[in-house]
Design a protein around this ligand. Sequence first.
Ligand SMILES: C[S@@+](CC[C@H](N)C(=O)[O-])C[C@H]1O[C@@H](n2cnc3c(N)ncnc32)[C@H](O)[C@@H]1O
Length: 341
Amino acid sequence: MAVKLSDVLKDKQATTGVAPGISEYETNLTEARSGDLEVKRSESRRIAELYYDLVTDFYEFGWGRSFHFAPRVPGESFKASLARHEHFMAHSLDLRAGMVVADIGCGVGGPLIEIARFTGAKIVGINTNGYQIERARTLTEEAGLDHLAEFLQCDFADIDAPDNTFDAVYDIEATCHAPDKAAVYGEVFRVLKPGACFGAFEYCMTERFDPNNAEHLRIKADIEWGGGLVDIDDYETVDEALRTVGFEVLETRNLINQPGPQIPWYEPLTGSGVSFASFRSSRFGRAMTTNTLRLLETLRIVPRGSVDVSQKLNTCAAAMAEAGRLGIFTPMYFLHARKPS
Ligand SMILES: C[S@@+](CC[C@H](N)C(=O)[O-])C[C@H]1O[C@@H](n2cnc3c(N)ncnc32)[C@H](O)[C@@H]1O
C-alpha cells in the first residue's frame, strides 16, 4: 500500500528530501501564530504553499482527489458523499452551461472536474500551489474536460482577473487558510459580476467551542498545526466579514446539523477501515502508512522527512476527530451570499 505512495514521493524532492520544507513550515507558522493580523496575513500564503508541497501526495493517496469532508448518510459510499457535497454547492449557486465560475483554492481539481461535468459550466481553478495546478491540469485532461477548465496561479486574496468577471465563485474548504476573511471575501466580491453569488464550505469553531477550556484550545491548535492553518475563525467573524465587504448574506448554516440518520463527517478519520476506500484514512491505515514509510525512509526509498509529514497529518486527523466528537469544530459552515446588482 505505502509502496504506491513511495513511488510518488521518490520522484519528488528526491535529493534534498522534504525535511527543509518542514522546518521552514514550522518556523513560519510559529511566527504567524504569535504575530498580529498583518503578520498572519503576510505569512499565511507561504505557509499554505509549503504545506501543500509537503502533503498533496499524502492527501491524494489517503483521501482521493477531492480534499474535503462531506455529510454522509447510512448506505452512501464515501466517494458518493463527496460528489453529493459538490453537487450541493453547484445546485445552491445554480451553476449552468455558459457560466464562467471561479473555484478558489482548487486543490488538484477533484471538485472542479465533478462540478464542470455535472453543470457544463466553465470553471477557473485558482490556486497558489504550482504543483497542485500541474496535477489539476493533468487530471482535467485525463477526464476529457480541458475545454471547461482553466487555471490561474495566484492568491485568492489577489485574484489575477478584472472586476466583475465571474458568474459565480465557490470555495470548498480553502479560505480556512486565510486569517483575514474580509481580505479574501472582498476580492471575491470584486471579481463577481453584480447580482452573482458566492458559496463556501468554511472551517469554523462552533458555538460549543470554549476559548477558556484548555482541552478545546489544545485540539484547535493541533488542527491548525497539522493543517497549515494560522487561525480558525468562529461563525460571527465569518458572517461579519461577508457583510463588511458588501455581500447580501442569503444563508449561513452548519451543514452538520441535518435531519435524519447521519454518518459523522469525521468517521473516515476514525473508522475501522473496513472498506478499501476508508482504510487509508482510518486510524489503523494511517499508523500502517507511517510505519511502512519509516522503513522506506531508512532504506532511502522515500525522501527524508516523509515520516514527519505523515505524523503531522495524523495529529491533525486525530484532533479533527476529537473536535468532531465534541462538536466544537465544523468543516462545513455553508455560506451563500450575493453581490448586490
Ligand atoms: C483543503 S484544500 C481544498 C482543495 C479543494 N477545494 C478541494 O476541495 O479539493 C485547500 C486549497 O486551498 C489552496 N490555497 C491555500 N491558500 C491559498 C491562497 N492564498 N490562494 C489560493 N489558494 C490557496 C491550497 O493550495 C489548496 O489547494
